[in-house]
Design a protein. Structure first.
Length: 339
């Protein structure tokens, strides 16, 4: 279907039944000269409206510059904006702004199609891969393979959950590549260009008891045995913002281990660390068979220059009798870790 040449546009609509109403030509004049085209689409859930008189013809504005005739008609412009809002709400969802839509479109054009926020699956319980179950990518079959969507919706429906729901599907988020790139692009917390030689504990002038290490020879260590590889290891650990340093052990041609230092007392949970990461040894007590243990004397002041260790009745839950290993292998008291 091609519009009149004075519109300066070409419209292509695929349909099996296009109804033309309110048409006026020079041969059959009607009081209303506007034209309204109503396409009846094969697929349900879609409709299209052509707003008569918008955007209009090229005219001369008050300042002498060329402009569209619709700028002189406030009611027409308001109605066109209302139609635009309704169309956007249906196509991309009522919560997605024009600015966000443009940002997504620019990202798709510049960085690739994997920047689409999600995808729309039209599977239902009667036509899904597992009969009787709605599609769910978290469901696995007997060989532990994830459920696959057999009937994906149109690609543009992945832009938002509301757009997908408007078409009758279920929306699922795709991995956020932009967020991952932003995380990977964070400035390093460490000075990688001018590393300090020697022990971190000597340079910090304190004993470090909160650290996570990894051997670069571990089968599951996914990074290169380099300075940058160790930095990547530290960045993927929980609470990267709490790290205060990074230590490496190396020979002339290879880095053998990476150690990420945290503020004492702020070590993340072991369950949140990757399998190849090694936290510091657990706290321990030194006790003999008679039930006596080594511990700091009661009412000790950790600021004293000379801390006294004495034999006491064993109380494993008392911090005075608990010890831990520092980053360089020294034994320190849990009660006074700085000494």
């Amino acid at each position: 279907m091609e519009k009149n040449s004075e519109w300066g546009q070409k419209w292509n609509v695929k349909s099996t039944d296009i109804v033309q109403t309110e048409i006026s030509t020079s041969d059959t004049p009607q009081p209303n000269a506007n034209q309204t085209w109503i396409p009846r689409f094969v697929e349900v859930g879609y409709d299209l409206g052509i707003h008569p008189g918008f955007p209009g013809t090229v005219d001369t504005c008050d300042d002498g510059e060329e402009c569209l005739s619709s700028v002189h008609d406030g009611d027409l412009a308001k109605e066109a904006m209302h139609i635009c809002d309704e169309s956007m709400s249906f196509l991309v969802g009522s919560q997605l702004s024009v600015g966000t839509l443009k940002s997504i479109a620019d990202s798709l054009e510049n960085d690739g199609l994997d920047r689409m926020p999600g995808y729309c699956c039209m599977d239902v319980a009667t036509n899904s891969e597992f009969f009787g179950y709605n599609f769910d990518p978290m469901v696995n079959d007997t060989d532990n393979s994830p459920m696959e969507c057999l009937n994906k919706g149109l690609w543009h429906l992945g832009i938002s959950d509301e757009a997908c729901e408007n078409a009758g599907g279920q929306w699922f988020r795709t991995p956020c590549v932009t967020l991952q790139e932003t995380i990977d692009g964070r400035p390093s917390r460490f000075d990688l260009d001018n590393p300090i030689q020697g022990s971190c504990q000597d340079n910090f002038d304190r004993l470090e008891t909160a650290f996570v290490s990894a051997s670069t020879d571990h089968d599951n260590f996914p990074y290169e045995a380099t300075l940058d590889g160790c930095h990547e290891f530290c960045r993927v650990l929980p609470d990267y913002a709490r790290q205060i340093g990074m230590a490496l052990t190396s020979s002339s041609d290879k880095i053998h281990s990476c150690t990420c230092l945290y503020q004492n007392g702020t070590l993340p949970s072991r369950e949140l660390m990757p399998s190849y990461a090694t936290p510091p040894p657990p706290k321990f007590t030194l006790m003999n068979s008679d039930g006596m243990a080594l511990g700091l004397r009661p009412n000790i002041d950790c600021n004293d220059d000379d801390l006294t260790v004495e034999t006491q009745v064993s109380d494993p839950n008392n911090p005075r009798q608990q010890f831990q290993i520092t980053q360089d292998g020294r034994i320190v008291s849990v009660r006074c870790p700085e000494k």
